[in-house]
Design a binder for this molecule. Structure first.
Ligand code: ZN
Length: 567
C-alpha cells in the first residue's frame, strides 16, 4: 500500500476514534443508543454506502427494554467468501475519574487532565503516562480503538475494486452486560448469509490484548466460557429448641460451598491455559426478620469460567458435588443426634432425611406432570411479570431465577429438604479454533503465518493463545454440540425464552472460526485504562489488513503466504 494511503488510514482511525470515545455509551443505559446516530451519520457520509443502502443498516434488538440496535455495514467484492469483524461500543461508567471526569471521554485532553489523579496511579501507570506512548480515557482500550480501526478498514476496502469476497463490520451494544447485541447480531448474520449467499471464513474481534511484554503481540484463537449456576436449598423448618426436627439449609449450602469454592478440580485446563477455579458470588437465606427458627431456604450463585466444560457437563458435576454435600451433612447431623441422645439418656434413633438433589429441568417437569396446563400457564404468567420487573431494572436475573424455582417447588409433590440446581443468564460458551474439526486449510495456514508477519513487519514476536480470558462476544461465533447444549441450557434456565435466550440454531448456521486481533491495552474498566498508541494507528490495522488481504486475496497478494505483505 502506498504511503499516502497509510496516512489516510491513520487519519481516518483517529477521527473515528476521537468521536467514538466522546459518546457516553455506558453499558445498559440509554446512552448506548447515542452511538446509533453517530454511526448512521458515518455510514451515510461514505459514498460507497450512500449508493448501496441495502449493504448497511441498524438491526433492532428484539424485545430490548432500551430499544437498542446493532449497526452494521458490508463491503462486497466478488464471490461469497466473507470476513466478519465485530466490536462492542458500550463502555463502563466513569465515576472513578473523579476530578478528571469531564475529560474521561476526551482523548485529546485526558492524558493531560488525568495528571491531577496521578496520586491514585501505580508505578507502571505513571511510567506509561510519562512515556507519552499510551492513550488514556474511558473506553479507549475497551474497545473503541478496536472499533475505530475496523470502521476505518471497512472504508479502506470500500475503495478497493478487486476484493475477492466481502467484509462485514458489526457494531454491538451490551457486551459488558448480557451481550444482547451479539446474540441479536447472530440472526442478522444468518439473514445476510442467506440473502447474499455468503460463505463465512472468519470472525475477527478487536478487544485489547492483555500482554505483559512490549516485545510480544498476543492474539487469541478463541474465548473462555462463563456460566452462572444458581443453587436453591430448601430445608425443613424447626425451632432451635427442637433442632433435630428440622434440617438447616444453611448447613447444606455451606457444605456445598466448601466443596466447590476455589476447587482446582473444577477449573478447566488445556495445556498451559487454565481458568481460575469457581467462586461463589452470593449466598443468602430467605429470612426477612429475626426469629428463633432456622431459615426455610437458602439461595446462592457461583461464577464459573470454562475452556471445555459445557453447561450440561458442569451441571452434572455440580449435582454430584451437591449430592456428596447432602450426604456429608446428613452424616454429620446423625452423628450429632446420636451424641445428643446419648447425653440425654434416650435410645438411639436415626433422622428421617435422605439425599435429594434435582435440576431445575426435573422440578419443572414434575410440576408439569402433576398440574399440566394449569401450571405451565401460571408459570408463563409469572415469567411475564418477572420480565417486566427485569426490564424496569427492579429485579436482577439470579434473583428472578430463584423466584421461579420457588414457584415450581409449590407445584411438586416432594416436600422433603432438597437442593435445586439451575442456570441464570448470561451464558457464554467457550470456543476455540483448535477444537474445530476440518478447519479450512487456507484459514489455518494464514493463522499459522501471523507470527512470521509480526516478526517481519514489526520485529515483534507473536503469541497465539487458544482463549481470550476476558469474556467476549466471540463466544457466539461457533457451536460445538448444538443439540445437547441447547437442551441443557434451555431446560435448566428458569428465565429462558422470555427474558433471555441464545439463538443456537442461527449460530449453527453461521458458525466460523474466530480470532481476536486488537491493540495492547491495560487496566480495562479502571481509571488507568489505556491503549498503546502505536498499535491503534499502525500495528493493529496492518495486522488486520494482512489477515483480510490473505483471506480475500486482493490485488498483488497471490503466491507463497510467507513472502506476502499487505503493502
Ligand atoms: Zn471489551
Amino acid at each position: 500500500m502506498a504511503e499516502d494511503q497509510d496516512v489516510n488510514l491513520k487519519e481516518e482511525i483517529k477521527s473515528i476514534f476521537t468521536d467514538y470515545v466522546r459518546i457516553s455509551s455506558y453499558t445498559n443505559t440509554v446512552g448506548e443508543r447515542l452511538v446509533e446516530p453517530f454511526l448512521t451519520s458515518w455510514f451515510s457520509r461514505q459514498n460507497y454506502f450512500k449508493e448501496r443502502p441495502d449493504q448497511w443498516g441498524c438491526h433492532s434488538i428484539e424485545n430490548d427494554p432500551l430499544g437498542r440496535h446493532v449497526v452494521w455495514g458490508m463491503v462486497r467484492g466478488s464471490g461469497g467468501d466473507t470476513v466478519v469483524m465485530i466490536h462492542h461500543y458500550d463502555v463502563v461508567e466513569i465515576n472513578d475519574f473523579e476530578t478528571a471526569k469531564p475529560f474521561a471521554l476526551d482523548i485529546g485532553k485526558i492524558n493531560t487532565e488525568i495528571r491531577s489523579m496521578r496520586h491514585k496511579f501505580d508505578p507502571e501507570s505513571i511510567r506509561d503516562l510519562d512515556s507519552g506512548k499510551w492513550q488514556f480515557g474511558r473506553g479507549g482500550a475497551d474497545m473503541k480503538a478496536g472499533g475505530a480501526i475496523q470502521l476505518a478498514l471497512l472504508e479502506h476496502y470500500s475503495r478497493q475494486s478487486d476484493l475477492m469476497g466481502n467484509l462485514i463490520v458489526v457494531c454491538l451494544p451490551d457486551e459488558e452486560n448480557l451481550s444482547a447485541g451479539m446474540r441479536s447480531a447472530i440472526g442478522l448474520l444468518a439473514g445476510l448469509k442467506r440473502q447474499f449467499s455468503l460463505n463465512y471464513l472468519l470472525m475477527v474481534n478487536s478487544e485489547p490484548h492483555q500482554g505483559t511484554d512490549p516485545e510480544t503481540v498476543v492474539l487469541y484463537e478463541g474465548t473462555v466460557g462463563k456460566l452462572l449456576p444458581v443453587v436453591y436449598a430448601r430445608g425443613s423448618l424447626a425451632h432451635v429448641g427442637r433442632i433435630y426436627e428440622g434440617l438447616n439449609p444453611l448447613h447444606l449450602m455451606s457444605e456445598l460451598v466448601i466443596r466447590t469454592e476455589l476447587e482446582m478440580a473444577l477449573s478447566d485446563r488445556i495445556e498451559h491455559e487454565v481458568t481460575p477455579p469457581p467462586s461463589w458470588l452470593f449466598f443468602k437465606d430467605t429470612k426477612t426478620h429475626y426469629d428463633v427458627s432456622i431459615p426455610t431456604s437458602v439461595q446462592a450463585y457461583m461464577s464459573v469460567l470454562t475452556l471445555k466444560t459445557n453447561a450440561g457437563e458442569f451441571l452434572k458435576t455440580l449435582r454430584t458435588k451437591a449430592e456428596q454435600a447432602f450426604e456429608t451433612v446428613l452424616h454429620r447431623m446423625n452423628r450429632s443426634y446420636g451424641q445428643y441422645l446419648e447425653a440425654t439418656g434416650e435410645s438411639q434413633k436415626i433422622l428421617p432425611w435422605s439425599v435429594n438433589v434435582k435440576t431445575f429441568a426435573e422440578i419443572y417437569r414434575e410440576a408439569e406432570d402433576r398440574s399440566g396446563e394449569r401450571f405451565t400457564n401460571l408459570y408463563q404468567e409469572k415469567l411475564e411479570q418477572i420480565a417486566d420487573a427485569v426490564a424496569q431494572g427492579r429485579q436482577g436475573l439470579p434473583q428472578s431465577s430463584f423466584e421461579l424455582i420457588a414457584f415450581c417447588l409449590e407445584y411438586i409433590g416432594d416436600k422433603q429438604p432438597l437442593i435445586v440446581i439451575g442456570l441464570s443468564p448470561p451464558y457464554y460458551p467457550d470456543v476455540s479454533n483448535y477444537r474445530i474439526p476440518h478447519l479450512d486449510q487456507q484459514t489455518r495456514r494464514l493463522l499459522d503465518h501471523i507470527p512470521s508477519f509480526c516478526r517481519q513487519k514489526f520485529d515483534l514476536s507473536c503469541r497465539m493463545t487458544k482463549f481470550f480470558t476476558g469474556i467476549s462476544d466471540l463466544s457466539y461465533s461457533y457451536l460445538d454440540d448444538s443439540a445437547g447444549l441447547n437442551r441443557a441450557v434451555a431446560d435448566n434456565m428458569p428465565l429462558w425464552g422470555k427474558v433471555y435466550d441464545i439463538p443456537f440454531g442461527h449460530i449453527r448456521e453461521i458458525r466460523m472460526p474466530c480470532i481476536n486481533i486488537g491493540p495492547w491495552g491495560k487496566d480495562f474498566h479502571k481509571l488507568t485504562e489505556r491503549v498503546l498508541i502505536e498499535d491503534v494507528y499502525y500495528r493493529t490495522p496492518r495486522l488486520l489488513r494482512f489477515v483480510i488481504d490473505q483471506l480475500l486475496q486482493t490485488s498483488t497478494l497471490k503466491g507463497c503466504i510467507c513472502c506476502l505483505d499487505s503493502d
